[in-house]
Write a protein that binds this ligand. Structure first.
Ligand SMILES: Cc1ncc(COP(=O)(O)O)c(C=O)c1O
Length: 294
């Protein structure tokens, strides 16, 4: 997975480094009860998870998660119609074997590490230069994205969490509704969201951008409040809807107007079969306001 990364020109939220997040004097957060204790060495905090940590974190996640709902409905349907062939559109696991061209290359590369010529020690932290160059030319041929813009990581979900750590707990965020749960969950962990509201089944401080058949699965941006971060997934999980060029142009303009950063998740871009953009970087100006994951 890779994140193409640019100099973000929009008035970005206070992007704190990990050390500055941990050095914050208000690190004790009532929502998750993680307690930062200053130890003798200057600038160091010891994190102590109190018993309340488990309880209150559980309480935070004690909402009817999409995944749980899908599983419950599938079980109920199967109980009623035991012969039904259910195709699950919920969160699941991969189901198809990895193509041989990939696994053989991985096996060869691993084996090369056992040879004097192939051994390389630690790899480059942003990913192997050759791989990054290949990603840049294969996926972003004429879009002005270069090897140095690519970061190869261990997965989009981990990147979401890392970006959230970088953004810190004071940012505001918008998310498609419905969308892949990791955006909201990582936001909850960071303490950005406020408490879960049982009546609305939403978190108080998140800006939910309704995406449904009535609005063509693209939010009415005139009704969306200004936030520092916008998570946007296209094609979206779970709806499968991909945003058109016009819609993404509106989204980029919206982010520029509000000084927001778009975290654009295109995990399913390769499934796009019409002329919808496979990358937000096809939209002029998107590089100034967006980070893309795939
Ligand atoms: C929209 C979306 N983004 C990211 C991910 C996670 O990707 P990764 O396996 O690279 O962590 C998933 C996995 O289901 C997903 O549906």
């Amino acid at each position: 997975m890779s994140v193409a990364n640019h100099q973000l020109n929009a008035s970005a939220p206070p992007s704190s480094s990990l050390s500055s997040i941990f050095a914050r004097s208000d690190f004790t957060r009532s929502s998750v009860q993680i307690v930062g204790v200053r130890v003798k060495k200057p600038g160091f905090f010891k994190c102590v998870a109190t018993p309340q940590t488990v309880l209150s974190t559980r309480r935070l996640f004690d909402h009817d998660h999409l995944k749980t709902q899908v599983a419950r409905r599938r079980a109920a349907h199967l109980a009623k119609y035991p012969d039904a062939q259910v195709i699950s559109l919920g969160i699941g696991d991969t189901t198809e074997p990895i193509p041989d061209v990939i696994t053989s290359a991985m096996a060869k590369r691993a084996h090369d590490l056992s040879t004097l010529e192939g051994y390389s020690g630690y790899g480059a932290e942003q990913g192997e230069k050759k791989v990054r160059a290949a990603i840049a030319s294969t996926f972003y041929g004429n879009l002005g994205i270069e090897e140095g813009d690519i970061f190869v990581s261990d997965g989009a979900k981990c990147d979401i969490a890392r970006l959230q750590m970088l953004f810190g707990s004071d940012v505001t965020m918008a998310v498609q509704d419905p969308s892949y749960p990791a955006y909201v969950d990582s936001s909850v962990i960071m303490g950005q969201t406020g408490q879960y509201q049982k009546d609305s089944e939403k978190y108080g401080k998140i800006e939910y951008m309704r995406c449904n058949p009535e609005n063509g699965f693209f939010p009415d941006l005139s009704a969306v409040g200004k936030t520092e971060i916008i998570f946007f997934c296209s094609p979206n999980n779970p709806t499968g809807a991909s945003a058109t060029r016009e819609q993404l142009t509106k989204l980029v303009q919206f982010a520029k107007d509000n000084g927001s950063i778009i975290v654009y998740d295109s995990a399913y871009a390769m499934y796009i079969s019409d002329d919808s953009p496979r990358s937000i970087y096809e939209i002029p100006g998107a590089k100034e306001v967006s980070i893309k994951q795939m």
